[in-house]
Design a protein around this ligand. Structure first.
Ligand code: UDP
Length: 410
């Protein structure tokens, strides 16, 4: 079935002072021609991961623009999520793809879900591969359909790409986060939208250093020693084990350093627990490594506090569709070290707005440089914040969606 997600109220007017005036004016002009449209967003989870993060802001801002927007998530059997996680991994280049039995589970659960979609929409936005087959099972329902792919599909498993392409090509348009993620041979129109963060959300709003220290201290983190941080789902692509390796190298030079790994368990990620356990085992009995998840009550405010408090933020991914956590850290003026993959280099220009690394060794080296050069590192963090302000704040993404709606509306 599909379950409605309730979102709060947000208004474009509140973002006006943070973004350029022509952008706000363009949004208002575009919205004039779109009032009253009915739009549905569908994805796999309302909790954990970047897609939910974006929709919690995008949906209320579309409503504020006068567009009647709903957001629903798939609620399916566990075997569906097991299949879609294999698919997610294979789309990011893993050598194991779906076998026929798993395809059948995917298809059958999608068919059952499609029966609860309803009708009366002008546009349906389907996020990521999990709900992809809805369009196939419902037909177009008189709506325009857009598939929004958030993951790095630059080298998808070829069998899986062959299996999915006919389903994708039922859509009117597909959106990717980077040009190089567009599937080879895809015959429908495509667009590239880079994701964005909400500077006014609880996760990104300004926190005073005292408040950040207070929140972080509740998890037993001493406010004094240098703190290294990675915020990520427990997923091998995010390489938390590599982060622990890098931390150990830093620890040899900076004995007081601590590491916090903060990772939520998304409801659509059955692998999360296994990998969480592996991460805990890799950390061993080092009491300076703190591993936290939403089960420790780490919500948006706590993530904000950890990011605001950290001396170095790491996102050492080995595949990364975009990596919202990078922009979140840069927005908080944090010296940030990111894996040189996927969407991270579009946020970090190496040595200017942060650092890009290809290994745990390089990651450790950059972290040590940052801890040794706090003033220079802070200047790099400031440049990062400026870059995020002009490229990765939500009003720009709202504008991208409104332009697409305007073009497709015809
Ligand atoms: N996140 C969170 N709590 C956690 C781990 C992650 O709130 O414990 C958030 C993180 O702040 C970011 C999003 O989940 O907003 C992850 O998005 P990203 O694009 O970095 O990665 P994804 O999970 O979509 O692959």
């Amino acid at each position: 079935m599909l379950q409605e997600v309730h979102v709060g109220h947000k208004a474009l007017a509140d973002y006006q002072s943070m973004v350029a005036r022509p952008l706000v004016e363009e949004i208002r002009d575009l919205a004039e021609g779109l009032k009253g449209l009915r739009v549905l967003h569908v994805n796999a989870t309302s909790f954990g991961g970047g897609v939910a993060e974006i929709l919690y802001t995008l949906v209320p801002l579309l409503r504020d623009a006068g567009i009647d927007t709903d957001w629903r998530v798939i609620m399916a059997a566990q075997e569906f999520y097991e299949a879609t996680k294999i698919m997610h991994n294979a789309l990011q280049g893993n050598p194991t793809s779906l076998n026929r039995a798993q395809q059948e589970i995917f298809e059958e659960q999608s068919r059952i879900t499609s029966e609860t979609l309803g009708s009366g929409f002008d546009f349906v936005f389907v996020h990521d591969p999990q709900p992809l087959l809805l369009r196939h099972f419902t037909g177009d329902l008189g709506a325009k359909w857009v598939w929004r792919c958030h993951i790095d599909t630059s080298s998808p498993h070829p069998d899986l790409a062959r299996y999915l392409l006919p389903f994708i090509e039922l859509y009117d348009t597909a959106i990717f986060s980077m040009e190089q993620y567009i599937f080879d041979g895809l015959k429908i129109p495509t667009r590239v939208f880079m994701p964005a963060i909400d500077p006014l959300s609880t996760k990104n709003m300004a926190l005073s250093p005292e408040d950040a220290d207070y929140v972080v201290s509740q998890f037993g983190v001493d406010p004094e020693p240098p703190l290294m941080l990675q915020v990520s789902r427990f997923d091998p692509w995010k390489d938390p084990l590599g982060v622990i390796d890098a931390y150990r190298m830093v620890k040899k030079e900076f004995a007081a350093v601590k590491l916090a790994l903060v990772g939520s368990m998304a409801t659509d990620d059955p692998e999360g627990w296994t990998f969480f356990t592996q991460t805990v085992e890799h950390a061993g009995d080092d009491s300076d490594v703190l591993i936290l998840s939403n089960l420790n009550n780490v919500g948006n405010l706590e993530v904000n506090a950890f990011q605001s408090r950290a001396d170095v933020v790491i996102q050492k991914s080995i595949k990364e569709g975009f990596g919202l956590t990078v922009s979140e850290a840069l927005w908080k003026v944090k010296p940030t070290v990111g894996g040189n993959v996927g969407g991270i280099p579009s946020q970090i220009q190496d040595g200017q707005t942060g650092f890009l690394v290809d290994s745990a060794d390089e990651c450790a080296e950059r972290c040590m440089w940052i801890l040794d050069h706090p003033a220079e590192a802070r200047a790099i963090g400031r440049a990062g914040k400026d870059y995020v302000r002009t490229h990765f704040l939500m009003p720009r993404l709202l504008r991208d969606y409104l332009r697409l709606l305007t073009d497709l509306k015809g």
